[in-house]
Ligand binder design. Structure first.
Ligand code: FES
Ligand SMILES: [Fe+2]
Length: 382
């Protein structure tokens, strides 16, 4: 993150007063409890937000070289993204044009793919999607007139971030998707990072509770009293809106130490968990010496799959160096799994009971006010 930007954000903290009151927004908001539990609304979220995208698909490091691929199901839609020999990316529907078999495992990734070989009858496609061969079928398809090219979807890559459009053909403009966050995101040099490890889990709660639990720090003091609270501030985050996206910076409790230095030497990096929420499905987090990403896949109104990955600034040179980053991932998944996500599942049950008319987002939880207003607005516009 550019130093001038770090200083600008820290100035807001320095001026915020007791309990970081100055970081709050001017108002609270409410949302109907059914926003988390109504299956009809859930379907609308999928058709309005997820299917048209663009959706966050990971970092460039997930597809480091020609032949690297990653397959993911987005709602019902099977997608595979592959790195071409010229370094560009292509996205295809992961289904053979013959009779629809998946070309690679629906939730898999790998390297060194030379061609797509269908596991059913061995039709073969180049990485660019052209049908190359229909082995052992002399004459059988000579009268086929329709295109057998793999079906393509828009994909775009910039600043080390990858986005796909599951439905529709319009090209993706990454700057438009980031809506102003591109200055920040470009400054991290994300395109140079190396993937350490990625893990996938499923949870019994609505996808929006993922954003709720990650974007505010007000819960740290109580929910994370033994794990995070001794080190982290629990009053408020630094918040910026970028279109429907948002920045939420969680602060370490000792951030005020920085203000004893001359302003020109201030640095946010040692004190900030710098989180970019790429609505509706992505989270990119910069932590001191690594990056974490989350991809959120709504499976049903009360079930959500998350894929969490950790990246290092460069490929670790020793096993010990790699272990350090793996331990970060272990710790992250342990705390969120045992504390945040366990509680989100209980919250989902309570909301589903119908006994609660609404939930409240405080002025000290600015990301929640923004996120839910944006989602509700998009649904209304639809
Ligand atoms: S379904 Fe792919 S070759 Fe038959
Ligand atoms: Fe938390």
């Amino acid at each position: 993150m550019r130093q001038a930007r770090q200083i600008e954000l820290l100035k807001r903290v320095a001026a915020s007063g007791d309990q970081l009151r100055g970081l709050q927004i001017g108002r609270s908001a409410t949302n109907s409890a059914s926003a988390y539990t109504d299956p009809t609304r859930f379907e609308q979220e999928i058709t309005t937000l997820f299917k048209p995208g663009p959706l966050f698909f990971g970092l460039s490091a997930d597809l480091p070289e020609p032949g690297s691929y990653r397959a993911m199901r987005i709602d019902d839609l099977p997608l595979v993204v592959v790195r071409q020999h010229d370094g560009s990316l292509s996205a295809f529907i992961n289904a053979c044009r013959h009779r629809g078999a998946p070309l690679v495992d629906p939730n898999s990734s790998g390297r060194d793919l030379k061609a797509f070989h269908c596991p059913y009858h061995a039709w073969t496609y180049s990485l660019t999607g052209e049908l190359r061969a229909r082995p052992f079928a002399a004459g059988a398809f000579d009268d086929v007139t329709q295109s057998c090219h793999l079906i393509q979807r828009p994909v775009a890559e910039r600043y080390g971030l990858i986005f796909v459009r599951p439905e529709g053909d319009s090209p993706i403009d990454v700057d438009e998707v980031l809506a102003g966050a591109e200055d920040d995101l470009a400054s991290f040099g994300i395109e140079n990072y190396a993937l350490i490890e990625s893990r996938t889990h499923e949870w019994d709660f609505n996808w929006k509770l993922f954003f709720d639990t990650f974007s505010e720090s007000y819960h740290i003091r109580t929910l994370h009293s033994k794990t995070l609270a001794p080190t982290f501030n629990s009053d408020c985050v630094i918040f910026d809106a970028f279109g429907r996206n948002l920045l939420s910076v969680g602060l370490r409790a000792n951030v005020h130490d920085e203000f004893e230095k001359p302003e020109s030497e201030w640095s946010l990096i040692p004190y900030g968990t710098i989180q970019y929420f790429l609505v509706p499905n992505g989270l990119v987090v910069h932590q001191l010496d690594h990056i974490e990403t989350w991809i959120v896949e709504p499976l049903s109104v009360n079930r959500t799959r998350t894929t969490t990955a950790v990246y290092a600034p460069s490929e670790p040179q020793t096993e010990k160096a790699r272990e350090y980053f793996v331990k970060n991932l272990d710790l992250l998944l342990h705390v969120t799994g045992a504390e945040d996500f366990a509680l989100m599942a209980d919250i989902q049950k309570n909301l589903a009971s119908g006994a609660l008319p609404e939930v409240i987002y405080g002025a000290n939880e600015p990301p929640l006010v923004h996120f839910h207003e944006q989602i509700n607005q998009a649904l209304r516009a639809d």
